[in-house]
Design a protein around this ligand. Structure first.
Ligand SMILES: C[S@@+](CC[C@H](N)C(=O)[O-])C[C@H]1O[C@@H](n2cnc3c(N)ncnc32)[C@H](O)[C@@H]1O
Length: 299
């Protein structure tokens, strides 16, 4: 699993940059355009929130757990529609930001969740967190299936019979390379390089092999109700993010200047955040990665 230090490298470090560019409490995961790219990023994220709560049956008086809540966009929607939300994150910056807005968010590892922690829930969601639950080392040690299966088992204990779990996650796609071929020293435009960059951007993280691995490991506890690919929607989401990251602002310039020492001292930092390449876009376009929205129902 990605450690708290690794999550902080990825999230707390870019916390300010993300919030200055995309919005104070924005989604850091693929939006739901459903092919309608005339929508604004905010509209497409809102569409995703509505899709999730509708599929989970969340409305006034219900209670939902958000495993890996980020800056709290889904929890905010849950609160807006009169439901109660509890969120978990492994990033101290995100937890503090959520708590400052009165969201019930805890700095806690999702993978240890059980009923003793916060009681039961009507539904559970995880948007963009599953990617971090298994590390490349876990994968090499043959633990990936067991890690996912344990998470599904734990989530099932929180839910009533037929309770639902929404899972949105990147997965490896049909053109994924064998792990040993991933290499940041490979030719710059190669698949091996693009995948190698992903491992620098998301240290400690590894993806499920297709939606099939998620479905298979969930199988003892959940039946898959629906699955839709958000690969093209994610490409558009990243396009919108990059436009906003590039938009100039005085505060962003100050922030970038404060990161110069890190840029100079750490090759990993340069590769992760300053390579000038959108490796996740390339991975989606080349089907090295895909992206799924999965709705599960407890057996
Ligand atoms: C890509 S962000 C997505 C955040 C949010 N769901 C959204 O859509 O904006 C991934 C989130 O997963 C959280 N995360 C990763 N591993 C975790 C773990 N083991 N326990 C709790 N949170 C975790 C990170 O802290 C971060 O908040």
């Amino acid at each position: 699993m990605a450690s708290q230090k690794e999550m902080d490298f990825t999230y707390s470090l870019i916390d300010k940059m993300f919030r200055l560019s995309i919005g104070e409490f924005a989604d850091y995961s693929g939006a739901m355009y459903d092919g309608d790219f005339s929508l604004s990023l905010e509209e497409a994220q809102h569409r995703k929130h509505e899709y999730i709560t509708r599929n989970l049956g969340i409305g006034p008086g219900t209670r939902m757990l958000d495993l890996s809540c980020g800056w709290g966009p889904l929890l905010t929607h849950v609160r807006d529609i009169g439901a109660t939300g509890v969120g978990l994150t492994l990033s101290a910056g995100q937890a503090a930001a959520c708590q400052s807005r009165g969201l019930d968010v805890h700095l806690r590892d999702c993978r240890t969740i059980d009923r003793d922690a916060f009681g039961g829930f009507d539904a559970v969601a995880s948007v963009g967190g599953f990617e971090h639950f298994c590390s490349i080392e876990d994968y090499r040690a043959g633990k990936q299936d067991a890690i996912y299966q344990d998470l599904f088992r734990r989530v099932a204990t929180l839910l009533p019979e037929k309770g639902r779990f929404f899972l949105q996650t990147m997965v490896f796609g049909e053109n994924m390379l064998p792990v040993d071929q991933l290499d940041v020293n490979a030719p710059r435009d190669s698949d091996a390089f693009m995948l190698g960059l992903m491992t620098k951007q998301f240290p400690g993280s590894w993806l499920p092999y297709g939606k099939e691995q998620a479905e298979r490991t969930a199988e003892p506890y959940f039946r898959l109700v629906s699955a839709s690919s958000g690969r093209l929607d994610y490409i558009e989401t990243i396009r919108q993010w990059r436009k906003r990251f590039a938009a100039p602002s005085f505060r962003k310039t100050l922030l970038k200047l404060s990161l110069v020492p890190r840029y100079l001292l750490s090759r990993d930092f340069r590769l992760a955040f300053a390579s000038g390449v959108s490796s996740n876009t390339a991975c989606f376009e080349r089907k090295l990665m895909d992206h799924y929205r999965l709705v599960f129902e407890k057996r």
